[in-house]
Design a protein around this ligand. Structure first.
Ligand SMILES: C=CC1=C(C)c2cc3[nH]c(cc4nc(cc5[nH]c(cc1n2)c(C)c5CCC(=O)O)C(CCC(=O)O)=C4C)c(C)c3C=C
Ligand SMILES: [Fe+2]
Length: 438
């Protein structure tokens, strides 16, 4: 159930190159080929593409998604339950603001820029004698492109600098080193985290450069990771589960981000919690940069890979089941004959009454960033998860996963614990207002 963003207006479609006589047999089979569909498959994907007839040939065209827009205002920030677009940028900053007044200026600035960039509009007119105000990466008409900018704070913002110590979310602290971790200090923690997601890497880069340009005395980039997924047009408008770089479908059993009741229970801090009142509507965010040792994984037998995860690699079904969304009954498999006791999905979610409170909303992306010093691929999972209670959520799940067989093929190297601020309900208010006025 993927809610697509509102589209601003229908855009003119660029024409596809004209086809030649060498084109395949019939129009119908050719179109299927171009759409990447099997016989009879993918009605949803078909709907995602616009097909027009040019002479005798049917030409598929990619829909223009640049005008897709996510609302900025709301009780919660966008980018958490929002369906995942293709590109992500996670950027951690050190805050340079010296006092609470400067911190407020930073939060007001972030609010204003995110409001503008997610709406889109004309770039400011430039005085040619001055550096341009906008990078120009999107041209003079800045388009929204499904952009969300989600602002979170790290534990360090509650140190002595701003007098906020007594308002720290109860469980927010520095992410510890788990047993399999090899954390790189240059890829960890931060005072503030910006999660930027949109349809393209260019839109994310444009947004990041806009923020950096506007905050020279307020923010300093600490670390940054880029993530990617196939665009929704290739995954049937978001209804098809994407694969991670181990080749497995990732997200099959994720909790349903469109289920408001479930989100209120598991993701959003509520006024029933023991948290400071300003946190209501926010969420604990965990980021983990988890390298996948893919050369080693690719030399591991398929059966072993499937036992490590607990699912069929091709269709994503839990082992011993037929379909991806079949629910494994672990009580019926007490000795792990179908799904090994130490399979990733079994440890991550034992599916008992008691472990229902440990469910988390995963919103990860794949990443790839060159090679390591020893010539191995540096790629993996930019794991992002949201939960109302950090201890019941990520910490409990990760503790159950400690020592799992998958650890032989993964190496967590960075990330941090953050708290995603509540949303901005109306014009004039700003992100972090509740915290600064608490
Ligand atoms: C602590 C939380 C988790 C980390 C870290 C994590 C890393 C990680 N996961 C995969 C691959 C898969 N994970 C899958 C399911 C799954 N993973 C977690 C938690 C963490 N994973 C949960 C809660 C679940 C859902 C379990 C369930 O409810 O059945 C799957 C199966 C498909 C799916 O349901 O999403 C895969 C595949 C990798 C490669 C990885 C680190 C690199
Ligand atoms: Fe997982």
């Amino acid at each position: 159930m993927d809610k697509r963003p509102e589209s601003l207006e229908p855009q003119a479609q660029p024409a596809s190159p004209a086809s030649t006589a060498a084109d395949a047999p019939t129009n119908a089979s050719r179109r299927r080929l171009l759409l990447g569909l099997g016989v009879g498959g993918g009605a949803a994907a078909l709907g995602a593409l616009v097909a027009t007839t040019v002479g005798a040939n049917v030409q598929p065209k990619w829909p223009d998604t640049t005008s897709e827009r996510q609302p900025f205002f709301g009780n919660h920030q966008a980018g958490i339950v929002t369906p995942q677009p293709a590109a992500a940028l996670v950027v951690a900053f050190d805050v340079l603001a010296k006092d609470k007044a400067a911190l407020e200026r930073l939060f007001r600035l972030l609010t204003a820029r995110a409001d503008f960039l997610t709406k889109g509009g004309r770039a400011p007119e430039d005085d040619p004698r001055m550096p341009p105000m906008d990078s120009g990466v999107l041209g003079p008409n800045i388009y929204p492109d499904n952009l969300t900018m989600t602002v979170s704070v790290g534990a360090s913002i509650f140190d002595q600098r701003f007098g906020l110590a007594e308002h720290k979310p109860k469980h927010l602290g520095e992410m510890p080193q788990f047993p399999n971790d090899q954390l790189d200090a240059d890829l960890c923690h931060g005072d503030l985290l910006l999660q930027i997601c949109s349809n393209t890497a260019e839109t994310n880069i444009h947004a990041l450069r806009d923020i950096v340009k506007h905050t020279p005395d307020l923010l300093s980039v600490r670390w940054k990771m880029d993530g990617f997924l196939p665009p929704h047009t290739l995954r049937k408008m978001g209804t098809e589960t994407v694969r991670n770089l181990l080749g497995f479908k990732d997200g099959s059993a994720n909790i349903d981000a469109q289920n408001d009741q479930l989100m209120n229970q598991l993701v959003w801090v509520s006024d029933q919690s023991a948290e400071p009142s300003w946190t209501v509507g926010g969420s604990y965010q965990v980021v983990r940069v988890v390298r996948n040792l893919v050369e080693q994984w690719d030399r591991t037998p398929l059966r072993e890979q499937e036992n490590i995860i607990g699912r069929d690699k091709a269709n994503g079904a839990p082992l011993g089941h037929k379909n991806e969304h079949d629910v494994p009954d672990f009580a019926d498999d007490p000795h792990g004959k179908k799904i090994p006791m130490d399979a990733h999905i079994r440890l991550a979610n034992p599916r008992t009454e008691a472990t229902k409170e440990n469910l988390i909303l995963r919103r990860g992306y794949n990443y790839s960033r060159g090679i390591t010093k020893s010539g191995q691929f540096d790629m993996g999972l930019l794991f992002v998860a949201y939960q109302a209670d950090l201890m019941k959520g990520f910490v409990t799940v990760q503790t159950r996963l400690n020592g799992e067989p998958l650890e032989e093929y993964i190496k967590p190297i960075g990330g941090g614990y953050f708290f995603a601020l509540p949303g901005v309900s109306k014009d004039g208010d700003f992100l972090g207002q509740g915290l600064l006025t608490a």
